[in-house]
Write a protein that binds this ligand. Structure first.
Ligand SMILES: C=C(OP(=O)(O)O)C(=O)O
Ligand SMILES: [Mg+2]
Length: 556
């Protein structure tokens, strides 16, 4: 029977498919003792699990081909290593269960590998993966990590960390549903970047049965479990109408009376550029450089590697504007070499610009790499710092940019309420502001952006947040400087009109949202946007603000 669940819709579109769960980390199996007469059947169970995992790895290797095939085949061989298998047998004969025997035998083999020089130590992660697969199979729980599936599916996860996202194949993931996360969590940002429908903050998502068919409406936040044929076709035709309206929108961002609002893309690296170009982005409004640093969280990438990645993005927008944010490590984006491990409250600790000022060498390398990457290119490079709290922060950043010989505009992100309140003083040091509404909401409402239970407070329609946006935009206008929005607020088509009415000068978002925002902006005049903004600010809740803006814009 069809049931409807409701979370927070964060990425438009409809996905219909079977549920596959993201496997959680494999827990250590209990050290249960078995009796001697059970040993033989436990040994057989262990062998079967090993064979099945090895066969699965081989089969997936054959499908993948190339380098992936070699890696998967090597993993399959590891699983079947005869010495490892005899160790498993020995441990079971000694009274351990199959899962415990596998777990302990792999642990001792792991130690050997880890101490056997750099090359073999590098195989430890592969070995752990094989062990987790075998233990998961023996325990009858889902495989850890992304589901093993050749068929497209709807991914259900507790939350998705930036590191998980690197492995996602957009051809397989039809949509996401997460239990945790708010509209500004990384799962939501990623879903929009991939252009897949997504719903977050859905309590109980973890209980959806593996394999059940769901229809996800990423706009309304509804999940239809086991939808009827009628429900499916209703959703599909709504989606088709929406896509047709979008296809009709093109050109630079502007209101219907020609007030220009450049529409820029948020990117994490060169891989996101084609989608941005295809969506007609007029440049990049936020290049989140930390994604380059996630490959190896123990050290910064070399200057050469950074130059290469920055250049690939800068080259894609000749004459366009590219706003690069220097590394924003810490809190939801931790990096071992920069982020203190023992902070009681990382979101309020040494993150963003604070950690770069503590590690000036990392900042210097990044700024030098940017200067080299931009050499000889006609691009308008702009560089900004995350988590600027006050004028001293802005000055320290601008000084570092000058010292690195960077020929670019220097700017500050406004993501801490103090920066919005004192925007004019910050603008004495830098040339532009960019509102990071995700963190600005988190810090204004003391509501962790990764915690689903407080997602009501992370709603960027909150009038208090709109007030801070207005303050920043007014300060920039008074100083004759620009003030864009690069947080997820810019990706909501109706809110984008309100932000325009509040005076922001550009909007940056995941590429997939650009056509929606372009089409909404082109529907209204600047004066209508201003009236909608005033009406939204005059309310006392996010819901009332949205309704007030809707009423003004629909002429009701
Ligand atoms: C754009 C922002 O930065 P991030 O989401 O990467 O923290 C923000 O905080 O709004
Ligand atoms: Mg931020």
């Amino acid at each position: 029977m069809e049931t409807t669940l409701r979370g927070v819709g964060v990425s438009h579109g409809v996905a219909i498919g079977e549920v596959r769960h993201m496997g959680t980390a494999v827990l250590e199996p209990p050290a249960k003792q078995i009796s001697a007469d059970q040993a033989e059947s436990e040994q057989a169970r262990a062998r079967q699990a090993v064979e099945a995992v090895a066969a699965d790895l081989m089969a997936r290797g054959a499908t993948a081909g190339g380098e992936a095939q070699a890696v998967l085949e090597a993993q399959a061989m590891m699983a079947q290593d005869p010495e490892l298998m005899s160790d498993v047998d020995r441990r079971i004969s000694g009274g351990g269960t199959a899962e415990r025997g596998v777990y302990d035998a792999f642990a001792s083999y792991r130690e050997l590998l880890a101490n056997a020089g750099e090359y073999l130590a590098g195989r430890v992660a592969d070995l752990d993966d094989v062990r987790n697969r075998i233990v998961a199979r023996l325990l009858g729980v889902p495989m850890p990590g992304l589901p093993d599936s050749d068929e497209p599916y709807v991914l259900i996860a507790r939350d998705l960390a930036p590191a998980d996202t690197a492995l996602l194949d957009p051809a397989l993931v039809l949509g996401f549903v997460t239990e945790e996360g708010g509209p500004t969590s990384h799962s939501a940002i990623l879903a929009r970047a991939l252009g897949v429908p997504a719903v977050v903050a859905l309590p109980g998502a973890g209980e959806l049965a593996e394999g059940v068919v769901v229809a996800v409406d990423g706009g309304s936040g509804e999940i239809f479990v086991d939808p009827s044929a009628e429900q499916r076709s209703l959703l599909e035709s709504k989606d088709a109408e929406r896509k047709a309206a979008l296809a009709a929108s093109s050109g630079p961002g502007a209101t219907s009376d020609g007030h220009k609002v450049p529409l820029l893309a948020n990117v994490g690296g060169p891989a996101d550029v084609p989608a941005a170009v295809e969506a007609g982005a007029e440049g990049v409004g936020l290049f989140r450089t930390e994604f380059l640093f996630l490959d190896d969280s123990t050290k910064a990438p070399s200057e050469e590697k950074q130059v290469e990645a920055y250049r690939a993005v800068l080259e894609a927008f000749p004459e366009g504007r590219v706003v690069v944010r220097v590394l924003d490590a810490g809190a939801d984006k931790p990096l071992d070499f920069l982020t203190p491990a023992d902070e009681p409250n990382p979101a309020l600790g040494v993150r963003g610009l604070r950690s770069l000022l503590d590690h000036p060498d990392v900042l210097r390398t990044q700024l030098t790499a940017l200067a080299k990457a931009a050499e000889g290119l006609p691009v308008q490079l702009e560089v900004m710092a995350p988590m600027v709290a006050d004028r001293a922060d802005a000055k320290a950043f601008a000084d570092a940019c000058r010292a690195a010989g960077l020929r670019a505009k220097f700017g500050a992100m406004v993501e801490i309420p103090s920066a919005a309140l004192r925007a004019r003083s910050i603008l004495q040091e830098v040339e532009f502001l960019s509102l990071g509404t995700n963190d600005l909401a988190q810090y204004t409402f003391a509501a962790d952006r990764q915690v689903g239970a407080v997602s009501r407070l992370q709603d960027p329609w909150q009038p208090a947040l709109l007030d801070l946006v207005a303050l920043s935009a007014e300060a920039a206008r008074a100083e004759g400087k620009s003030c864009g929005v690069c947080g997820e607020a810019a990706a909501d088509p109706l809110l984008a009109c309100v932000l325009t009415g509040l005076g922001v000068t550009s909007l940056s978002m995941g590429a997939a949202s650009i056509p929606y925002v372009r089409s909404a902006l082109a529907t209204y005049t600047l004066a209508q946007c201003e009236r909608a903004a005033a009406a939204a600010r005059a309310t006392d809740s996010a819901e009332a603000a949205r309704k007030a803006a809707e009423a003004v814009l629909s002429g009701a």
